[in-house]
Design a protein around this ligand. Structure first.
Ligand code: NAP
Length: 265
């Protein structure tokens, strides 16, 4: 879904600001990643987005990558400056921006639980650690949770990050959090549901973020909203990462409302 949304929202933003850029989707095969990245400079591109499954594969072909990209081992945005290729991970800023827009800069010291240990969870965990939240990573596969917790603890100065297997999660673990994040694919069309143990123990006043993007609130966020939580949807994260990429390419702030309208259309 993000694949089809990105051209729409960036092209609407370029048009609204009268910028002479165009965003085109270009499928690239795995074996062609290096040639495609190096070709960006030769062809006069200003930059690119990188989607799954190429986010890590592009890294060896870039001149430099940001700290977030290094920690996440994933680049989703490339800029080209005089032939120099720089990689960024704007998903981290996308999560941070979405959380702060919903609840203010009030996160330092507040406990947060991230369900999932894949790419979206890495972005969410890094963003929350940067905001100063003590973290617990919960995942079906415990080894992946342990790896992500170690990555956050080692990578973000002052971070506190533990982990739990999903099978060991209790209702109390969920209730005592200030922030609860679903960063799994559960809740996407065609996937299973977020476990009731998580959804049914969300409480009033918690900030609940679902990385899954959908045109309407996911079931998890509907349940959270009914419980009185402040809800943050995956579309807001998608817009946040796009806005950050837009600024990196153009040097001007993204027209967020134009982007939001383009997605709604
Ligand atoms: P990923 O790297 O493949 O990770 C998937 C995660 O979901 C893993 O932690 C996996 O656990 C867990 N999972 C999958 N099926 C499960 C199940 N049946 N029960 C329990 N856990 C399950 O995927 P991703 O890239 O992180 O994407 C996750 C979601 O975030 C997707 O819906 C994606 O579209 C969304 N996303 C949104 C944005 C945005 O801008 N809003 C950006 C990126 C991704 P195991 O380790 O146990 O397999």
């Amino acid at each position: 879904m993000s694949h089809s949304l990105s051209p729409r929202l960036h092209n609407a933003a370029f048009a609204a600001l009268g910028l002479d850029y165009v965003y085109v989707p270009l499928p690239v095969r795995g074996e062609d990643v290096g040639a495609a990245v190096l070709g960006l400079a030769a062809l006069g591109f200003r930059g690119a987005n990188v989607t799954i499954p190429h986010k890590a594969a592009v890294i060896p072909f870039l001149d430099e990558i940001s700290e977030d990209a290094r920690l996440a081992d994933a680049v989703n945005t490339i800029t080209v400056e005089g032939g120099h290729l720089h990689g960024y991970n704007t998903d981290v800023e996308g999560v941070r921006g979405a959380l702060v827009a919903a609840a203010g800069d009030t996160f330092a010291g507040e406990p947060a639980l991230v369900f999932g240990a894949g790419g979206a969870a890495r972005a969410a965990a890094l963003a929350l650690a940067r905001l100063g939240c003590p973290l617990t990573i919960v995942n079906r596969t415990p080894a992946a949770a342990e790896r992500l917790a170690a990555l956050v603890t080692a990578g973000v100065p002052g971070a506190r990050c533990g982990w739990l297997a999903l099978s060991d999660l209790t209702a109390g673990d969920v209730r005592r959090q200030t922030v609860v994040v679903n960063a799994t694919s559960l809740g996407m069309a065609g996937e299973g549901k977020v476990p009731a143990l998580l959804a049914d123990n969300v409480t009033a006043g918690q900030v609940v973020f679902d990385a899954v993007y959908a045109s309407v609130l996911t079931d998890f966020l509907v349940t959270a909203q009914a419980a009185g939580a402040i809800v943050v949807d995956g579309l807001t994260m998608l817009l946040g990462q796009a806005a950050e990429a837009f600024s990196l390419w153009t040097g001007v702030p993204a027209p967020l409302e134009v982007m939001r309208d383009a997605v709604r259309r």
